[in-house]
Design a protein around this ligand. Structure first.
Ligand code: CA
Length: 424
């Protein structure tokens, strides 16, 4: 089935403000609520939110394989059971309804009045019931920077790094949606000045600029997903801020890796952009040298050009852009990550979440964490109000934004945003 909804010549009868992340070619999915009403599945065009439960009720999705419980629900998981073909058909149908040459819905004031909402009247909720969360470590620049900072610039990358997409199993319970503030974590750490470990609040709180992808139902335990099949198992993507407590992490990570320094909060953006909508923005990846094992080889352009930025906004202060990067800088792509994750027979489930790993570009100004931006605190970032940041202060809000753009079409994610409250 072709992805008709991606046609760049389409225009909608719904107004799209200049520079919007959400033209008719995007059609992302979210779960929303409005005052006094139950959660339901929605999409958006510009700043207009479209209630898909209402459209289903009025029969606009007749002929598609969906039921009321796919839209009258507080998570996207039911709808995602329809798989790639199902969500592709749904996006195509929504696109049809809102294209300026189609009067089917446009002429029905009563239906429009019930189905269309202003973004300001809507609260987006956690979009997906996430079963398992895996975080990769797939940006070469980030792995190199961290290797320089903690080990040896001459041997910054571990010997395995260019042979396997390194990752670890994270924790899904503390993944939050954009807009949910959280408290600075506390824990055990061992500052260089101390002989023995101490307990206290995290003083080196950091963000990690990442993207996440979410899977449809995978294959049974024991089977694997190839790089060629991977696209059919990926529903869509979001922005991910994978918060990290560097002082807790630095003491605890040996020998089993990340634990309490990483699992206290991670935030995702609320509008899930489908992999289908991102197809026009595919680009080639880096030459992988040394050559990867056959199960990690892939064909075609499997990286994605997504402009990313990170902002720190102090309480009542201005936005400060502290990093600009791009998802195309990844060494390992999603197809390779999924192929590697399943090559041992590990089963992926519907709604599982996979973090890219911190996305650092090759230049200064493109680093995706404060650890790298401040080079472990030795190069503080100068804020517009005259203050400095080595890491994140209490009451700072960290915002990440991202979009792809080509031939005048901009497909964006909106933002993921959260404020750091003082330790509880
Ligand atoms: Ca991470």
């Amino acid at each position: 089935m072709s992805i008709k909804a991606n046609n760049p010549s389409l225009k909608s009868w719904v107004e799209v403000p200049a520079g919007s992340d959400f033209p008719i070619q995007n059609i992302p999915f979210a779960v929303i609520t409005t005052e006094g009403d139950t959660p339901r599945v929605a999409t958006r065009i510009g700043d207009t939110v479209i209630d898909l439960k209402v459209l289903f009720d009025f029969g606009y999705f007749e002929g598609l394989q969906f039921a009321l419980e796919d839209f009258d629900t507080d998570k996207l998981n039911n709808m995602m059971r329809s798989g790639k073909e199902g969500t592709r058909a749904l996006r195509n149908r929504i696109s049809d309804l809102f294209v300026d040459s189609n009067n089917e819905l446009r002429k029905n004031d009563n239906h429009i009045h019930q189905a269309l909402l202003d973004i300001d009247d809507v609260q987006p909720l956690m979009p997906i019931e996430i079963g398992d969360y895996t975080d990769f470590y797939s940006s070469e620049q980030h792995a190199y920077n961290v290797g320089c900072l903690f080990r040896d610039p001459d041997n910054a990358l571990m010997p395995n790094w260019k042979h396997i997409p390194v990752g670890y199993h994270g924790r899904a319970s503390s993944i939050l949606e954009s807009g949910v503030d959280f408290h600075r974590p506390k824990g055990q750490k061992k500052p260089p000045s101390e002989e023995v470990p101490v307990f206290g609040q995290c003083n080196l709180l950091d963000f990690e600029l990442e993207t996440a992808f979410f899977t449809y139902e995978g294959k049974p335990l024991g089977d694997n997903i190839t790089t060629e099949e991977a696209d059919d198992y990926i529903f869509g993507m979001a922005l991910l801020n994978d918060w990290s407590a560097r002082d807790i992490q630095g003491w605890e990570y040996v020998p089993l890796g990340p634990f309490l320094g990483k699992n206290f909060a991670s935030h995702i953006s609320c509008w899930i952009v489908t992999l289908d909508a991102l197809e026009p923005f595919r680009v080639s990846g880096p030459v992988q040298d040394p050559k990867v094992l056959p199960y990690l080889e892939y064909e075609g352009d499997k990286h994605v050009d997504i402009n990313l930025e990170v902002i720190i906004q102090p309480e009542n202060g201005e936005e400060n852009v502290v990093a600009k990067s791009n998802y195309r800088h990844m060494y390992w792509n999603m197809n390779q990550q999924l192929a590697h994750h399943t090559i041992n027979g590990c089963n992926m489930r519907l709604g599982d979440c996979y973090g890219s790993g911190t996305i650092s570009g090759p230049e200064e100004g493109e680093f995706g964490s404060m650890l790298e931006i401040s080079w472990k605190g030795t190069k503080p970032f100068k804020m517009s109000d005259g203050s400095e940041r080595k890491f994140i202060n209490d009451n700072d809000t960290v915002i990440m934004r991202g979009f792809s753009e080509k031939n005048g079409i901009r497909i964006g994610f909106g933002e993921v945003k959260a404020k750091v409250l003082p330790t509880k």
